[in-house]
Write a protein that binds this ligand. Structure first.
Ligand SMILES: *[C@@H]1O[C@H](CO)[C@@H](O)[C@H](O)[C@H]1NC(C)=O
Ligand SMILES: *[C@@H]1O[C@H](CO)[C@@H](O)[C@H](O)[C@H]1NC(C)=O
Ligand SMILES: *[C@@H]1O[C@H](CO)[C@@H](O)[C@H](O)[C@H]1NC(C)=O
Length: 259
């Protein structure tokens, strides 16, 4: 594993202290891909469980999920009313590289992610009810999904953003992130209190989902992974949005900076 080697190769020059968080980062040349990878990994590990309260950066692990809704094929809404996603700080960060001239970045990582909490499922679809002979699907209880070895590849546009404070930041354009994923492990589902009409069907449905997880993920997985990626970038991005680039990038970004 190359994971910790950068620690001896680079001098730590940037420290963020707080009562609970301590982040020490290498400073990197943009074209030193291994240093950049290590930098990104240090950022995620550093934010970790506590975030950095002084900079209003929330933790990345666990990530709190409150009323996060995913709509599946326009048929049902599945909401995590009150839950947590765990695993981001232990992701393996394989690549993190940016090209400032092209204003594009690329990132690859592999994570074991588990999401659990109080879920709710609602269906208001006449089509689905017709298919289920007038019975609605409903449920509210404990739910859990566990994804092993989720390999994610991102391409993201970014630029050196000059702000009113005179500092330059690495600004990612979140809406234009492109990504691809592959599940290299497996997926497990759990939920209780799931009903068809007034019949409890949790066990039957969970057995079916777990036995066919590959089919389930390829048919219905996309909106969940989309939501996960959106949240991941939101949380992982707080740092870069809050800390001027000169604290972790050695190159002079002035020639590239724009508002
Ligand atoms: C960035 O992209 C430009 C144009 O495609 C290329 O010439 C340059 O070598 C790239 N830089 C790095 C660090 O990959
Ligand atoms: C979540 O949604 C429920 C039901 O709509 C609502 O009662 C609750 O206040 C919401 N929680 C938050 C934190 O928005
Ligand atoms: C899902 O939620 C959206 C937005 O809250 C709502 O417009 C839609 O009717 C809901 N669909 C179902 C099937 O419950």
């Amino acid at each position: 594993m190359i994971v910790k080697n950068f620690a001896v190769l680079f001098t730590f020059t940037f420290f963020v202290f707080s009562d609970t968080a301590f982040v020490d980062l290498p400073k990197c040349k943009l074209d030193n891909f291994e240093c950049m990878r290590g930098l990104y990994e240090s950022v995620i590990h550093g934010i970790g469980k506590t975030g950095i309260p002084e900079l209003k950066i929330p933790p990345v692990d666990p990530i709190k999920l409150t009323n996060v809704t995913v709509n599946v094929l326009g048929l049902v809404n599945i909401t995590m009313v009150d839950g947590v996603a765990k695993g981001v700080k232990d992701c393996i960060f394989e690549q993190f590289r940016v090209n400032i001239t092209e204003e594009r970045g690329h990132q690859e990582n592999t994570c074991d992610i588990s999401i659990k909490g109080h879920y709710k499922i609602e269906s208001a679809s006449p089509l689905l009810e017709a298919l289920l002979q007038g019975n609605a699907i409903s449920g509210e209880g404990n739910g859990k999904i566990k994804i092993e070895k989720l390999h994610l590849k991102f391409d993201f546009p970014f630029y050196a953003q000059k702000r009113d404070d005179g500092e330059i930041y690495m600004k990612c354009i979140y809406d234009l992130i492109k990504y691809d994923y592959e599940i290299r492990g497996k997926v497990g589902f759990f939920a209780d209190n799931l009903y068809l009409g007034n019949q409890e069907i949790s066990e039957t449905i969970m057995t079916m989902l777990n036995e066919n997880w590959q089919f389930v993920m390829s048919s219905f997985g996309q909106p969940f992974v989309d939501k996960g990626v959106e949240l991941y970038f939101k949380f992982a991005g707080y740092f870069f949005d809050s800390v001027p680039a000169r604290n972790y990038i050695l190159d002079d970004l002035t020639p590239y900076a724009r508002p």
